[in-house]
Design a protein around this ligand. Structure first.
Ligand SMILES: [Zn+2]
Ligand SMILES: [Zn+2]
Length: 352
């Protein structure tokens, strides 16, 4: 039987505000310019748990189709290519870019594809994603060929890794020798940030996290100092560690009022504050006068294609560690439970 005549299992959202289900659906066929990837591993993301709970009205606003297969951190092997595809061949190991983008809008053409005008729906969020045997990739732009990196563990680099890297890349011009960078929240994304900061700069890295285990992990990945959570003393401690000058960059992966307040107060003059954590925190001080002089504040969602390509280069070169906890397909629900309970060492990856 030909590949495309077969069916496959998929972990799907089949109706708004209902638990996802394992269903049997046809293996996708590649149209012109499209690629079908046999999934080797798909990383799980906290946002996967939010999507099925959304009301229909939100899904409609985002232009999402129902049903759709979850999973937006995919590594795999090219199984079939459509006419005109040149960048990959059948059998190539690849990572699939997580953030959707059109390649043609104002932002995409400037290399700011994580701000694409058409980026609200993508593989695993409103379109069929990687928690299935095969995934359809609409453009070869979305594929990164792997050299030695195992496609089973590459998925998390396309989302968790790339998002974190995007933040680090934005603050990198501030991280001259003698500088200091603070990472607030040293979980999945934050622990990547510690590694990227160490791999791409000579800055002193301070990791802040309330979990002793995550602080230990951050130290083992190269953080020079680690502080126990954000409280009334955090800003003063950061000032002490920087001879009173403050941090040249603060990347906040938590994003609550307390982390934003402490991080902004710890910023050195001309520093950069990057807000990644989507917890809805507010800045409770005036921006003018409340922020360090010449400082800047930025926020974004997801990484760019260039970020993913660079993250994969770092991993291929052995300059960052990719830590994952592997689960079989029939244990997806257990993997999400363990992720929510904070029991994992690395990113949960479903092996297919
Ligand atoms: Zn995600
Ligand atoms: Zn675009």
């Amino acid at each position: 039987m030909r590949l495309m005549d077969r069916t496959m299992k998929a972990y799907r959202v089949v109706e708004w505000q209902r638990e996802p289900e394992v269903v049997e659906i046809p293996v996708p066929r590649p149209g012109p310019g499209e690629v079908v990837v046999k999934v080797s591993g798909n990383g799980l993301c906290h946002s996967d748990l939010v999507m099925p709970k959304m009301p229909k009205v939100f899904g409609d606003q985002l232009g999402w189709s129902m049903p759709f297969t979850l999973g937006h951190e995919v590594g795999g092997i090219v199984a079939a290519i459509g006419s005109g595809v040149q960048a990959v061949q059948e059998g190539d190991p690849v990572a699939v870019i997580s953030a959707a983008s059109c390649g043609a809008c104002w932002y995409c053409l400037r290399g700011l594809d994580n701000a694409c005008d058409h980026g609200l729906a993508g593989r695993g969020y409103g379109r069929d994603g990687g928690l299935a045997d095969y995934v359809l990739v609409s453009s070869e732009r979305a594929l990164v060929r792997l050299k030695t990196l195992d496609p089973t563990i590459a998925g998390p680099l396309t989302d968790a890794g790339s998002t974190s890297y995007h933040a680090v890349k934005r603050v990198l011009p501030k991280l001259v020798p003698g500088s200091t960078a603070v990472v607030i929240g040293a979980g999945g994304l934050g622990s990547y940030a510690v590694q990227f900061l160490r791999a791409t700069s000579s800055t002193t890295v301070i990791a802040v996290d309330q979990s002793a285990h995550r602080r230990e992990v951050a130290s083992s990945l190269g953080a020079h100092h680690s502080l126990d959570g954000v409280d009334g003393t955090t800003t003063a401690t950061i000032r002490d560690l920087t001879n009173g000058r403050g941090a040249d960059a603060v990347i906040d992966f938590v994003g609550i009022d307390a982390s934003i307040d402490a991080g902004m107060a710890a910023l050195a003059k001309a520093g950069s504050f990057g807000l990644v954590g989507s917890s809805g925190g507010r800045l409770t001080k005036p921006i003018y006068g409340g922020m360090a002089r010449n400082a800047e504040l930025f926020t974004f969602q997801g990484g760019c294609i260039s970020d993913t390509r660079e993250v994969i280069e770092l991993a291929e070169a052995g300059l960052i560690k990719v830590t994952v906890d592997l689960f079989p397909f029939d244990q997806i629900a257990i993997a999400y439970e363990r992720m929510e309970a904070g029991e994992l060492t690395g990113r949960a990856v479903i092996q297919l």
